[in-house]
Every structure is written in structure tokens, then in C-alpha cells.
Design a protein around this ligand. Structure first.
Ligand SMILES: Nc1nc2c(ncn2[C@@H]2O[C@H](COP(=O)(O)OP(=O)(O)OP(=O)(O)O)[C@@H](O)[C@H]2O)c(=O)[nH]1
Ligand SMILES: [Mg+2]
Length: 377
């Protein structure tokens, strides 16, 4: 039995046995069986994916790519031609839930650069997996754009004309303290006036010194209907008795902490009094993803309809923002690219975010190359 287990493993079982007499000696012949089922963890791997990866790794091994630390930064024309002529396997849509298999060095660099720029691994992983073979072909810059475009494909942008063709929009602005809500409302007001769209300004930010100063000045400058409220009741009464007649009404709020139940309840009182047609969530681009997702969670009672991203100029990594947009699918409507009122206002677009995000990734890639050069020197 010991010999059987040693030769066939622990799962071997005796099926039959008999005694054989040969040359005057007696032998016991055992017929044993082994369960041929592979272990459970092997079964879970998609066999097509496994086969594909094995073939790919074999192909790379043949070309000695896995054993060389990294390709030289400036490949020669001959080397480029030789590489592009290589017969790679066609791309296979891999199962996004499967673990990321070991990456060859040229994709590891891309993966690390995106991670360093704040992109969430669970956003990045399925994209890199599904474009695995294409990315292996691409030079680094092209690969970066390919991944970035795939992430932007998952982000939503508001129709740029939605506010220009409106007849009755009440926009309720929420967002963390100092996110740029009041400045943004001032910028948006100027933009609406340039497009001759009647605007009323309302503020509930009457809880702190100077909370409403920016809107006082903006309303005065453009001679707009304007009111301030200290309580939700006051606001409700005002809106019931004298509902604003302008096509657009912008409502500023204090930068209360939505995770704080008391503050959230008070803000909800204003929200219910306003009965807005849309809630705009104002978020600075530099916040960490864990932070924006928490804000997102606590902002659900306000039903955020659109996003306005601020401080693009003060942000040096755009992965958190793009991961947030791709995860929440919150349509981005506006952007603020600086503190100057009214100039630093943009209608959000895919092209705008691509430009900012690409620049940051390029910068990171350049730094990495300089570091590699420094290490090699
Ligand atoms: N660099 C830069 N600064 C901005 C931007 N938007 C707003 N700011 C600045 O950020 C600071 C806060 O802006 P506010 O508009 O007061 O922010 P808020 O969300 O209304 O703040 P609270 O009402 O206190 O919650 C001000 O100094 C603004 O000038 C932007 O896009 N870029
Ligand atoms: Mg404010």
C-alpha cells in the first residue's frame, strides 16, 4: 500500500488484488485506480484563456522576451521591423474576472504607470486583458492612448447643449467643502449670460462669514434675481409663493460633510424645498478614488444627475477621476480649469479629459525613462 501511494499518489484506491505464484514464490498483484479529475483550482480557469496564455508565453519565450530585462529605449529600425513582422496570436476576449496573469515586461511598465497615475486596478485590468495582444504590438505611447481611450469609452459626458435649450432647470449644487461650488456657479452664471439665458441665483450658504459673498457680487454684476435662505422652510415658502420665472435657477449650498448625518439631513431639507430638476455633484479632480466614492455613496439621497469637475489645473494624476467616472457612470457636464472667474470654465468633453490625462501619463513615462537611463548609466 505504501508503495502504491508513493507511486500513484494519495488519491489511489485499490480496485482488486490477487495472489500470483511464480518460480516458487507468492506475489500479490494489486490493481489500483487514480481519480483523473484535475484539482478544483484548475477547473475554474477558462481553458481557452489558459491555452492562449500558454501559447503566448511560449511564443514570447521563443523570441527571448521573457528572459531579457527590458527592450532598449530606442529600438533600431531593423529591430522594429523584425518585431512588427512577428506572427502574434490574434486578440482573444479574455474573461475580465480571471486573475491577471504574469505580464511580459513591456506591459508591466504600462500597468505600473497607470497605477501610479491613480487608475483603479479593477478598471485597468479588464481593459489590459481584453487588449492584451494589441498592446504587445503597440509602442508605449500608442498603448497608453489605447488604454486611455478604452477607459474614456466607459465614462459618460452630458450633451453639451442640454442647458442651452432648457426652459426650466433648477440645478442644486453639492460637493465637499472648498470643492469650488460657489466659484463654479459664478463661472456658469457668466457663461449663461453670454448665451442670453435668464438665470436666478439662490444660496443656502448663509452659515459662514463670506459664504455668499461671491454670489452677492455675481448677482449684482449681472443684475440677476437673487435670494438667500437660512432655513429650508424659508426657502420652501419663497419658492411656493414666488417661483423663479427664469429658465435656469442655480442653487448654491454650504460644503457640508455628507457623511455627517446631521449635516446631510439639513442639506436634504434644502434639497426637498428646492425640488431641483438636476443635482450637480462638484468634485475636485485631485481627490483620491476612495474619497470620491465615499462622497458618491453619501450623495445618493440627492440623486446626482451630472458631475462638475474642478481644479483640473491643480491635479497631477487623473486616474482617480477617470476611475470614478467609469465606475459610477455619472455623466460629466462641466469642468473648471483654474480659479479665474469667468474664464476657467469648460463644457466637459472626452477630448478635454483625454488631453489632461494623456499629459500626466506622458510626464510619468518620461520620468520613468529618465530614471531607467540614470540606473543604466
Ligand atoms: N486652481 C483652482 N482653484 C479653484 C478652482 N475652482 C475653485 N478654486 C478655488 O478654490 C477655493 C474654494 O472655492 P469655492 O468656490 O469657495 O469653493 P466652495 O465649494 O464654494 O467652498 P465652500 O462653500 O466653503 O464649501 C477658492 O480659492 C477658489 O478660487 C479651480 O478650478 N482651480
Ligand atoms: Mg461656497
Amino acid at each position: 500500500m505504501v508503495q502504491m501511494k508513493r507511486e500513484l499518489g494519495d488519491s489511489a484506491v485499490v480496485l482488486s488484488s490477487r495472489t500470483i505464484h511464480r518460480d516458487g514464490s507468492a506475489y500479490i498483484e494489486i490493481t489500483a485506480g487514480v481519480d483523473e479529475q484535475p484539482p478544483a483550482h484548475t477547473i475554474r480557469i477558462n481553458p481557452e484563456v489558459q491555452k492562449y496564455v500558454e501559447q503566448l508565453v511560449e511564443q514570447l519565450r521563443t523570441q527571448q522576451r521573457l528572459s531579457t530585462p527590458s527592450p532598449s529605449p530606442e529600438p533600431t529600425a531593423a529591430a522594429v521591423e523584425a518585431t512588427s513582422g512577428a506572427a502574434f496570436l490574434p486578440p482573444l476576449p479574455l474573461d475580465p474576472s480571471s486573475a491577471l496573469f504574469p505580464l511580459p515586461p513591456q506591459l508591466e511598465t504600462l500597468w505600473n504607470i497607470f497605477l501610479a497615475d491613480g487608475y483603479a486596478p479593477d478598471v485597468l485590468r479588464p481593459i489590459m486583458q481584453s487588449r492584451f495582444a494589441d498592446l504587445l504590438h503597440d509602442p508605449a505611447e500608442q498603448g497608453t492612448s489605447r488604454i486611455l481611450n478604452a477607459i474614456l469609452d466607459r465614462c459618460l459626458f452630458a450633451d453639451p447643449g442640454w442647458l442651452l435649450n432648457t426652459t426650466a432647470q433648477r440645478l442644486f449644487f453639492i460637493g465637499p467643502s472648498g470643492s469650488g461650488k460657489s466659484s463654479f456657479i459664478a463661472k456658469l452664471t457668466a457663461w449663461l449670460q453670454r448665451h442670453h439665458i435668464g438665470t436666478t441665483l439662490l444660496t443656502t450658504d448663509t452659515y459662514k462669514v463670506d459664504g455668499s459673498t461671491l454670489l452677492d457680487v455675481t448677482a449684482e454684476l449681472f443684475k440677476l434675481p437673487y435670494a438667500k435662505f437660512y432655513t429650508a422652510q424659508e426657502m420652501h415658502q419663497y419658492l411656493t409663493e414666488t417661483p423663479p420665472a427664469t429658465p435656469v435657477v442655480l442653487i448654491d449650498t454650504p460644503g457640508w460633510n455628507l457623511a455627517d448625518e446631521t449635516q446631510r439631513r439639513e442639506l436634504l431639507g434644502f434639497y426637498e424645498a428646492t425640488q431641483p430638476t438636476a443635482t450637480i455633484l462638484v468634485i475636485p479632480a485631485y481627490l483620491l478614488l476612495s474619497h470620491t466614492l465615499t462622497i458618491w455613496q453619501y450623495s445618493q439621497p440627492f440623486h446626482p444627475s451630472y458631475g462638475a469637475v474642478t481644479k483640473l489645473d491643480e491635479t497631477f494624476a487623473f486616474g482617480s477621476l477617470l476611475s470614478f467616472l467609469s465606475k459610477t457612470r455619472l455623466p460629466l457636464a462641466f469642468a473648471s480649469t483654474g480659479s479665474e472667474i469667468p474664464h476657467d470654465f469648460r463644457i466637459a468633453s472626452r477630448e478635454l479629459l483625454f488631453a489632461y490625462a494623456r499629459q500626466s501619463l506622458e510626464h510619468r513615462m518620461q520620468n520613468q525613462m529618465e530614471q531607467t537611463d540614470g540606473t543604466n548609466a
